[in-house]
Ligand binder design. Structure first.
Ligand code: 3NM
Length: 227
C-alpha cells in the first residue's frame, strides 16, 4: 500500500523529497498581470504543483476555458510541473490533466476516482477528521486542509482552523500527504511547515506579489527551514 502511494506520488511530484509549493490560480486571481505571465513566473520561480481554479462571476467557461486550460497545461508541461484541475472533472479528462482537486460540495470522491481512473491524482479539500477519513477511504492521493489562516480568496471559506487539525489528521493518516491552505504567506508559512505538512498551497501570496519569482523563492527557503 505504502509502496503504491509512493509510486503515485513520485509520478506527480518532481522529487519526492522536495517540499510542495502548490500554486492555485484562475483568471480572476490575476489582478496585477496577465494570468499566463503570472503562471509562467511562478513556474520559473519553482512551484512544484499548479491547480487551475476558475471561479467567480467573470470566470471563463466553455471553449474559452478549455483554451486557457490548455495554455496553462502547456506551460506546466514545459516546466515538468503537475497540472491539476479544480472541480471540472470533464475538462480534466478532456485535456488529459494530471489530476483533479475537489471540495466537499463537489462530486463524490468515489465517483470522481471512478471517472478519472487510478493513474490520475485526486486531491480533496477536508476540514475535519471525518472528512479526511472519507477522502482517504475513497482513494484521495492528498488532502488540502484549511483554511489555516483567514483568507480573502474563497468566498465560502470556513473559519480558520490553525495547524492543530493538520497535526491530528497527519498523526492518524501518516501516509497521506497534506497540503495546508488558506491565508499562507512567507510571514506565517514556517508554522505550517512545522505542523508536518507535505506542502503549502497559496493563491494571493503569489498572485498579488510584486516579484512572483522572488516570492516563490522565499517560500522555498522557508520550507527548508520549517521542516
Ligand atoms: N481553499 P489564499 S482556502 C482555495 O480552506 C481555498 O479549503 C481553502 O487562498 C480551504 O492563499 C482557499 O489567497 C483560498 O488565502 C486560499
Amino acid at each position: 500500500m505504502l509502496h503504491t502511494i509512493k509510486l503515485l506520488l513520485r509520478k506527480w511530484c518532481n522529487l519526492l523529497n522536495r517540499p510542495a509549493i502548490y500554486f492555485i490560480m484562475g483568471t480572476g486571481n490575476a489582478r496585477k498581470r496577465d494570468p499566463l505571465v503570472l503562471l509562467e513566473q511562478a513556474l520559473i520561480g519553482g512551484i512544484s504543483h499548479f491547480q487551475l481554479r476558475e471561479k467567480g462571476p467573470e470566470a471563463l467557461t466553455g471553449i474559452a476555458l478549455k483554451r486557457f486550460a490548455l495554455e496553462c497545461q502547456r506551460l506546466c508541461k514545459a516546466h515538468r510541473v503537475p497540472f491539476i484541475v479544480n472541480d471540472d472533472v470533464e475538462l480534466a479528462i478532456d485535456i488529459g490533466a494530471d489530476g483533479v482537486h475537489i471540495g466537499q460540495d463537489d462530486l463524490l470522491c468515489e465517483l470522481v476516482r471512478y471517472r478519472i481512473g487510478k493513474e490520475k491524482v485526486l486531491g480533496v479539500s477536508v476540514h475535519s477528521m471525518e472528512e479526511a477519513k472519507c477522502a482517504v477511504e475513497a482513494g484521495a492521493n492528498y488532502l488540502g486542509m484549511g483554511p489555516v489562516f483567514r483568507t480573502h480568496s474563497k468566498v465560502d471559506a470556513k473559519e480558520p482552523v490553525g495547524v492543530n487539525k493538520i497535526m491530528e489528521v497527519s498523526r492518524q493518516y501518516p501516509e497521506i500527504p497534506i497540503v495546508g491552505i488558506g491565508g499562507i504567506t512567507p510571514d506565517n508559512a514556517e508554522t505550517v511547515w512545522k505542523a508536518g505538512v507535505f506542502g503549502i498551497a497559496v493563491i494571493s501570496a503569489l498572485a498579488d506579489a510584486e516579484d512572483v519569482i522572488g516570492e516563490v523563492n522565499r517560500f522555498k527557503a522557508l520550507s527548508e527551514r520549517g521542516r
